[in-house]
Every structure is written in structure tokens, then in C-alpha cells.
Design a protein around this ligand. Structure first.
Ligand code: GLA
Length: 742
């Protein structure tokens, strides 16, 4: 009798045992199980565990009202027992609005020594409708990307209403969301809030410049606001440059349902039987040691997988925009190049204003679309200037905005059918320009050819700044059929990516800057084709401290274009010392954006030295690990951050005073990320006219002392700042840029 009971019990246990599917990196794991009803349950995302047998038997509580269990699905479709925001809504060929996705198999394969791909296959319970959820796990970087591939064999078209890239269920009761809000010239302003029951959405409906007012990147911290080095923090970033939507639904069970993907806003996508729909990738990471580790994971991953040449040091730039705007000729530009050379600049970028003849680009009213060199301004062409820069030891770059057209242009007259428009409604201008319809392959060819033609202007072009200065209004396409106008938003972005692909296939090595009125297109979808991005049109250093603090939560310093401009600042009218301007720009990819010939006297001596100093520290800034120490948002209004080289032999500390502090107050900094057992010499860089803010200059301290006791800096006035180079005694200066690139 006992035996029979035991056997019976064993049978019950075996019967409820679920198959476990794991997606693992070096330290993280996502865990899914397949239950008896073939539902794929999203069990867990967090630190890797040694033993997963618990998940085989884990039983979720049942809801007292409906008696259904609380177990979340891998990819919840609207339909069968779904009460939450769905990841997918499909209207089947016969008009049925619901979908029930069941397990249909899974595969795990190794892509390379660092990456595994896991595909979990789902199929509708009734219709030949298939969803593959695809994970790429990057071992060393502790990043997992997730995307979805949808296909079907139904007798007619399926209308995809909601098509998320990923769903993540979290269970903790108290959640803090950090997101990055902003506007033109004030991008990536950090906002943090405790989520309340209901749905919080972060989205863009702008089509282009989709990250100007919200970035598709966020952090979720458990129990308390996200801390730098402690606590559980999830990080997510959607790699998509079109309309997006991130939804955070705190439901009645205390579960936080996070959905991310293309924005369903007027975007129904009609999928024919032989087509596949692939969503953008959602990039995930997690840490039990705070958001600092989350950022470092994103930086490591993007340097390797989402940034061109992520291991090569970036050159120091002089960009012509704020120094010359549209008003220049050959003499002005060669003068700037000559002056740039005197400052040790390594790359000169000719910004807007060099093209258009019948409709010359002398202001932002005319010329976009007509990418021929303006013969009055530059009679000897771009080749003359590019060669001129090269002769002076500098690389050369040039600005384009190839997705756009001014009404005042030959192109607008020649191809009105290429312009984005809503039927016969008025085509609205923004910055006096219209948008070209990249859903149309012929327009894609034109944009690609523009790039090719501009590159052909000189063999000395090393860098392109690709700008996009408007978003979509009065949406519509002459190319798309009447019943597929809602494909515009997705097809535009896919069209753009297809152009990027072609450009990169033909020009794998040219440096390309991602710009969209500053940081209006800052996402991992676009960034992977670029070497860097222009973080903001606002070059005022005070504002830049906040903007760069926001961007560095996800995007690495080596890609963050940060330029020293003139004072008073052109965007804000604020006056600040040249040291503060340099000290802020040197925490990113340093550049200048002014008339270098205007820098005079002590400022000139300082600027030349600062450029040389950047060359000493740039490998640490660009390739090292970031540690944020004091947030600019703190009441104390001192902001500090440090980079530490991977071998921990060097670090660079940046400190900024953002308000006038009482004279008796002083800033205490405990350094982070050093090797406790190493001895470091601390050298203050960029001391203006010999004035030091660090009493311990040139002294040697142990890493332990620097991290546990710390140092003091005397930076009390508003816009005081300091740069401290922390170097293991006797480490030779390492700047491979000069040998590698020039
Ligand atoms: C945008 C960019 C600027 C500059 C101008 C030129 O605003 O963000 O950096 O290139 O266009 O028109």
C-alpha cells in the first residue's frame, strides 16, 4: 500500500515537472519553463544560479478571483487568459483578434566563443501562426539581447497590431524607474520615479529624431532609487531608431510587466503568408551591484557589438559649425585648419553650408538635397580642403543630411513624389525642410548614392557627420499603397537601416558621426553603424555635465562627441572659464567647436596643453571603465566621475563645481574601481596658469587609501573643476592613436 502511495506521489511530481530553458551569460541567467499546457513561463531574470531544479517544480500562486495561476508568459499574446498589456496582438486572416501561443520547440547554438543564440519557438494553438523568440547571450559583457520573428501560413494577410521586441515580468512590489527625458539642447535628463499601479509609458511618435525628448533606455531598481554600486538594477535599451514604446505596467498582483518595442501607434503591419516580420532588438543587462555595473556592461557590450571600431581611440576634432556657421569661404576654412593644427587637433570637420549652387546653402532655408559643392564658397572643391588638412597632419570630415530636402532645392522640384506627405494635405516644413520617403527603394538608392558621391569628392575624406534635423509630421507615402500607409513608420526605419548597411559594406572604415539636431537619434539600432554620436547641440559645459551624465548611463565616453566652444556660450549665453569647458569635454570624446584663432593669451596656452593632456589620458577615458561618484543632480552640486583602465593601472578623475559653494566647504572624493594593493601617483592635469586645486599633487597613495579614505579638492566656486590623473607609479604614457591612425 505504502509503495503504491509512494509511486503515486512520484508520478505526480514527475507529471508537474516542467522543462527548463536557460539563457545564460557569465553571471546572469534568464530562465523559462514549459508547463503541462505547453505554455512557456517566464520564470526568472537575474544572477546565475548553480542549480535550476527548483524551477522545474515552482508553482505560481493562483488568483483567488479567476483561479488561473499568476505565471507570466515568455511572450504574452492578446487572447487566451491575458489580462495585461500584450506583447503581441494579431488579427488573423479571418478576422479573429486573439492568439494563444504554445511551445513548439527550442534550439541553442553557439555563435562564437562569446555568444550563444537561443531560439524558443511558439505556435498558435489553432492557426498556422509562428513566433520565434530569439536571445543572444554575450558571456563576458553580461548582456542578453532579445528579438522576435513572426511568420505564418494563413490563407490571407495577418494584421499585426502590437509587435513587441520583448516582455520582462518582475516581481518585487517596489520599483523605481529611471528614464531619460529631454528636449532639443537638453537631451538625456535623468528622471527617477517610484512606479505606481497602472501603466507608465515612454514613447516616441516622431518617426525621426525619436530620442530627442525620451530615450528608449531605462533602469529599474528594486526597493529604493538606483544606487551606483549597490542594489538590484535592471537595464534595458531598445535598438530602434523609429517610433518606440516602453510600457511599465504595475498590475494588481504586484508584478511589473515591462514591454518594449516599436510603437503600435497607427502602425498596423500587414503580413502576407510568405513574409517574416523581425522586431528590433531589446538589449538587457542586470546587476546586484548597482547601476554603475549596469552602465559598464552596456559600455563593454556596445564597444564590441554596437559601435564601429569600438577598440580604436578616437581623434580630437575641430568642427566648423559654431566657429563659422554658414558664413565661410575657402580662406576661412583653411585658416581654421591652420589654427587647428597649432592646437594639436587631429580631425577637421567641415559642417553645414558647403553645398548647393542654384539654391546655395547660405542659411537653413535652401540647398538640402543638392549635394554639389558650392563653387563660390569653395572654388577648388572639397578635395583641396581635405588634402590641405591631410598635409597638416589632420584627417578630414564633412557634414551631410541626406534624408532631407529643402523646398528651395533642385531635388524638391525634380522629385515631389519622394517627399513624405499626407495625400494632398499641405506638407509642413520643420527647420524649413521636408523629409524624403525612405520607404521607397528608389529614395534609399538616392540617399546611398549621396553618401557615395560625397565620399567621391576627395580620397582624403575620413569622416562623415550624418545629420537629421526634423521629425515626421503629416505622415504618408506616395510609394506605399493606400492600405499599407500604416507601414510607414516601420518601413522608414528599415529603409534607413538598409542604407546604413550598404554604406557600411562599401565604406567599412570611414568614421561616421550619428547626429540628429544633437542627440535626437541616440539608440543602439543606429549607433552600431556609427563611430560616435553628437550628444547635444548645447555645448554649454554646465548643461553638458547633465547631458553627458545621462548618456553615459548607456553609451560609452569614446562615442560621446563633446566639444569646447566659445564663451559666452551660443546656446545659453552663459560665460564659463576655458578650463571648465575643457575639463567637461575631456570626459568624453574631446573636440573643439569655435574659431581656434580667437583663443588668445593664457587661454591659448591652456588649450594647447589641455589637448596634449587629453592625448595622455584618452585611452583610459575611451576604453576604461566608468565610475560615477557624485551625481550632478545631488544637492551638493558637485559632480565627479572617474575612468579606470581595464588593467587598473591608471584612472582619471573629473570633478566639477556646479554652484557657488560656501568657502568653508570642501569636496571629498572616495575613488572607485582601483586596485587596493597598487600604489598610484596623483597628478593634477589642466591646472590653469599653475593654479592647483589639489593639495596632494604629485604624491603617491595606495589604492586602498584612495578608495577608503579618499582625497579632497578645493573647487568651491561655480564652474571650478579639476582633472586628476591617477597612475600606477612608472606606467609609461600610452596613446596608441598617433601610431595607429596617423
Ligand atoms: C544640427 C546639428 C549641428 C549642426 C547643424 C547644421 O543642428 O546638430 O551640430 O551640424 O545641424 O545645420
Amino acid at each position: 500500500m505504502k509503495k503504491i502511495l509512494l509511486l503515486g506521489l512520484l508520478f505526480v511530481i514527475l507529471a508537474v515537472k516542467s522543462e527548463v530553458i536557460k539563457v545564460e551569460t557569465a553571471d546572469l541567467a534568464m530562465v523559462f519553463t514549459v508547463n503541462q499546457e505547453k505554455k512557456v513561463v517566464y520564470q526568472y531574470f537575474g544572477e546565475k544560479q548553480n542549480d535550476y531544479s527548483g524551477f522545474e517544480k515552482r508553482i505560481f500562486p493562483r488568483r483567488p478571483d479567476t483561479r488561473t495561476d499568476f505565471s507570466p508568459e515568455l511572450y504574452p499574446a492578446y487572447g487566451h487568459r491575458s489580462y495585461q498589456e500584450p506583447a503581441l496582438q494579431a488579427t488573423h486572416y479571418d478576422g479573429v483578434l486573439t492568439t494563444q501561443l504554445l511551445y513548439a520547440g527550442h534550439e541553442i547554438r553557439s555563435i562564437d566563443s562569446n555568444t550563444t543564440e537561443t531560439v524558443i519557438r511558439l505556435k498558435d494553438a489553432v492557426y498556422p501562426f509562428f513566433v520565434d523568440v530569439v536571445f543572444s547571450a554575450y558571456q563576458k559583457e553580461n548582456v542578453i539581447s532579445q528579438r522576435t520573428v513572426i511568420s505564418h501560413n494563413e490563407q490571407g494577410t495577418v494584421a499585426l497590431g502590437i509587435i513587441s521586441s520583448a516582455y520582462l515580468p518582475l516581481h518585487n512590489q517596489v520599483y523605481y524607474l529611471t528614464h531619460f527625458h529631454g528636449t532639443w539642447a537638453a537631451e538625456m535628463q535623468l528622471k527617477e520615479e517610484q512606479l505606481q499601479p497602472g501603466i507608465k509609458k515612454i514613447e516616441s511618435k516622431k518617426g525621426v529624431r525619436t530620442t530627442q525628448s525620451e530615450n528608449p533606455s531605462f533602469l529599474i531598481a528594486f526597493d529604493h532609487p538606483a544606487m551606483e554600486e549597490e542594489g538590484e538594477v535592471y537595464g534595458g535599451s531598445l535598438a530602434w531608431s523609429g517610433n518606440y514604446c516602453l510600457a511599465f505596467e504595475l498590475d494588481e498582483t504586484g508584478m511589473l510587466n515591462i514591454l518594449s518595442g516599436v510603437n503600435p501607434f497607427i502602425s498596423t503591419y500587414k503580413l502576407k503568408g510568405n513574409e517574416r516580420f523581425e522586431t528590433p532588438e531589446m538589449i538587457w543587462t542586470y546587476s546586484r551591484s548597482g547601476k554603475g555595473a549596469v552602465s559598464r556592461n552596456f559600455h563593454d557590450w556596445s564597444r564590441k557589438y554596437a559601435l564601429r571600431a569600438g577598440n580604436s581611440l578616437r581623434p580630437i576634432v575641430l568642427n566648423s559649425w559654431e566657429g563659422a556657421y554658414f558664413t565661410f569661404d575657402e580662406k576661412v576654412i583653411t585658416g581654421m585648419i591652420d589654427d587647428a593644427a597649432k592646437f594639436g587637433i587631429e580631425l577637421f570637420v567641415l559642417d553645414d553650408g558647403w553645398f548647393g549652387n542654384r539654391y546655395p546653402r547660405n542659411n537653413d532655408n535652401a540647398g538640402l538635397g543638392d549635394w554639389q559643392v558650392n563653387i563660390w564658397k569653395l572654388p577648388r572643391g572639397i578635395d583641396y580642403l581635405a588634402f590641405y588638412a591631410h598635409q597638416r597632419g589632420m584627417k578630414f570630415g564633412i557634414w551631410i543630411e541626406p534624408e532631407m530636402v529643402n523646398p528651395e532645392s533642385d531635388l524638391a522640384r525634380l522629385h515631389p513624389e519622394w517627399i513624405v506627405k499626407s495625400g494632398t494635405r499641405e506638407i509642413l516644413t520643420l527647420r524649413n525642410q521636408w523629409l524624403l520617403d525612405l520607404t521607397n527603394p528608389v529614395v534609399q538608392d538616392f540617399v546611398y548614392q549621396t553618401f557615395v558621391d560625397v565620399m567621391a569628392l576627395s580620397k582624403y575624406i575620413d569622416y562623415i557627420k550624418w545629420d537629421a534635423n526634423r521629425h515626421v509630421e503629416n505622415v504618408g507615402s506616395d510609394f506605399l499603397s493606400g492600405d499599407c500607409q500604416s507601414h510607414f513608420w516601420i518601413d522608414y526605419t528599415k529603409g534607413l537601416y538598409s542604407v546604413y548597411e550598404r554604406v557600411r559594406a562599401r565604406f567599412p572604415d570611414v568614421m561616421i558621426q550619428l547626429c540628429s539636431s544633437g542627440g535626437g537619434r541616440l539608440d543602439f539600432g543606429a549607433l552600431r553603424y556609427h563611430n560616435e554620436f553628437w550628444a547635444s547641440d548645447n555645448t554649454n559645459p554646465y548643461n553638458r555635465v547633465f547631458i553627458q551624465y545621462g548618456t553615459n548611463h548607456f553609451f560609452p565616453a569614446m562615442a560621446t562627441g563633446a566639444h569646447v566652444s566659445t564663451s559666452p556660450n551660443h546656446q545659453t549665453g552663459v560665460t564659463s572659464p576655458i578650463k571648465f569647458r575643457f575639463d567637461v569635454a575631456m570626459s568624453g570624446r574631446l573636440g573643439m567647436e569655435l574659431q581656434p584663432g580667437d583663443i588668445a593669451g593664457e587661454d591659448r596656452i591652456f588649450a594647447r596643453q589641455a589637448v596634449e593632456n587629453y592625448k595622455k589620458i584618452r585611452s583610459v577615458v575611451q576604453l576604461g571603465d566608468l565610475y560615477r561618484i557624485h551625481s550632478p543632480y545631488s544637492e551638493e552640486a558637485w559632480a565627479t566621475l572617474a575612468y579606470v583602465s581595464k588593467d587598473k593601472k591608471e584612472s582619471v578623475l573629473f570633478a566639477y563645481s556646479l554652484k557657488p559653494h560656501e568657502r568653508t566647504k570642501y569636496l571629498e572624493i572616495k575613488l572607485k574601481g582601483l586596485d587596493a594593493s597598487k600604489k598610484y601617483k596623483l597628478v593634477e592635469l589642466n591646472a590653469f596658469n599653475g593654479h592647483s586645486s589639489f593639495d596632494g599633487n604629485e604624491n603617491v597613495f595606495t589604492g586602498e587609501f584612495l578608495m577608503k579614505t579618499g582625497i579632497y579638492l578645493n573647487i568651491n566656486r561655480q564652474y571650478d573643476s579639476a582633472v586628476i590623473w591617477i597612475k600606477e607609479d612608472e606606467v609609461p604614457v600610452h596613446d596608441s592613436y598617433a601610431t595607429e591612425r596617423l
